[in-house]
Design a protein around this ligand. Structure first.
Ligand SMILES: Nc1ncnc2c1ncn2[C@@H]1O[C@H](COP(=O)(O)OP(=O)(O)OP(=O)(O)O)[C@@H](O)[C@H]1O
Ligand SMILES: [Mg+2]
Length: 327
């Protein structure tokens, strides 16, 4: 059934040869589907992969466009094709476009997560639909601005907003490069079936998702975790919207990221009270190890990452605080 429809599409597009299909496909998105696989779509009898079908439809559409005889939009509606494909081949992902939806993997909250005072600063900063930029403050340790708990704070708020049903869409993107942001946006566009997003041209799909953020009334949160360069977000900053929230975490100093509607939040090490509370709860099941909590906290400059590593070691090796300090 779907095979016959693909044949019709091929015909309507002007019967592009295998070479032309491959050329159109390569022009638009590199070489992920082979010439042979594309050629076999209208003629073959073996099973089909969705990636091949998608690339074939896109190549036909772009071939027809190049002949100035574009295919009618209903013929290249990917959501309809996907439904037909699933009906034939039995794949059943959640219905495209369904909200609420989570996209990307929110990091797991640390054992004994501490609700720091910064949690309420972050909640307030995003409550009025603004953007919160979490930057690290320098610590005495060589880790510089890392390991202070920026990602954990973002994950905590994201999970809370999601569980309290304040969000229709939660997108978590590890934003260490522009390509990662573009891919994350493009994936979101396809997953929630933004009009026209077909999963073939990532730049265009990313732009479609950005445009959707700008116009939708749905409640969204975008987390861009670990941004390394402000330039990576050129044209991709999530817009300021009444129903939208953005959290950015970065090791960069704030200056390059300031702007209207942006709340800069400096995340430092734990306070003494937070570090003590953290160590007490981490070691609560091993009271014999907790013989010098204050000493360990000070030695490790109250850095969350260092404290979590130290306690993991102490528990695994049954080393008490005092001995750990001597080593
Ligand atoms: N609020 C917290 N409660 C308990 N543990 C925490 C907390 N914040 C951070 N940690 C511990 O510190 C580790 C590092 O935190 P996180 O990954 O959030 O740092 P970061 O500032 O994002 O670092 P980087 O700049 O390297 O991305 C966590 O894996 C966790 O073990
Ligand atoms: Mg981080």
């Amino acid at each position: 059934m779907i095979r016959q429809e693909l044949r019709l599409l091929h015909e309507q597009a002007g019967r592009p040869t295998a070479d032309r299909l491959k050329e159109q496909h390569a022009d638009r998105c590199g070489h992920s589907v082979s010439r042979a696989a594309l050629a076999a779509v209208p003629t073959g009898t073996a099973g089909l992969r969705w990636a091949t079908v998608e690339a074939f439809i896109d190549a036909c559409a772009s071939y027809a466009e190049s002949r100035r005889r574009p295919l009618p939009t209903h013929m290249i509606d990917m959501v309809r094709w996907r439904t037909g494909f699933d009906r034939t081949y039995g794949e059943r992902p959640p219905p495209a476009g369904a909200l609420p939806r989570r996209i990307g993997v929110v990091p797991r909250l640390a054992d004994c997560f501490q609700t720091r005072t910064l949690v309420s600063d972050l909640t307030k900063a995003t409550a009025d639909s603004g953007t919160a930029v979490l930057t690290g403050t320098a610590t005495r340790l060589l880790t510089g601005l890392g390991g202070v708990g920026k990602t954990q704070l973002a994950a905590h708020l994201a999970e809370r907003l999601w569980q309290d049903k304040h969000l229709d869409l939660l997108v978590w993107i590890s934003a260490a490069s522009r390509a990662a942001v573009v891919t994350g946006y493009a994936q979101a566009a396809v997953d929630i079936a933004v009009a026209g997003a077909r999963g073939v041209d990532t730049e265009r799909d990313a732009a479609r998702f950005h445009a959707w953020l700008t116009t939708t009334d749905r409640r969204w949160l975008i987390v861009l975790d670990d941004l390394t360069s402000a330039a990576d977000l050129k044209g991709l900053w999530p817009p300021s919207r009444p129903s939208g929230r953005t959290i950015i975490t970065t090791r960069m100093r704030g200056a390059a990221l300031t702007g209207a509607d942006r709340h800069m939040i400096q995340v430092g090490t734990f306070t003494i009270a937070e570090a003590t509370e953290y160590l007490d709860s981490r070691l609560s099941e091993h009271p014999d190890l907790a013989d010098d909590v204050a000493g360990i906290a000070a030695d490790l400059s109250y850095l969350p990452l260092a404290l979590s590593q130290a306690t993991a070691f102490m528990i695994d090796e049954e080393v008490p605080c005092s001995e750990y300090r001597r080593r």
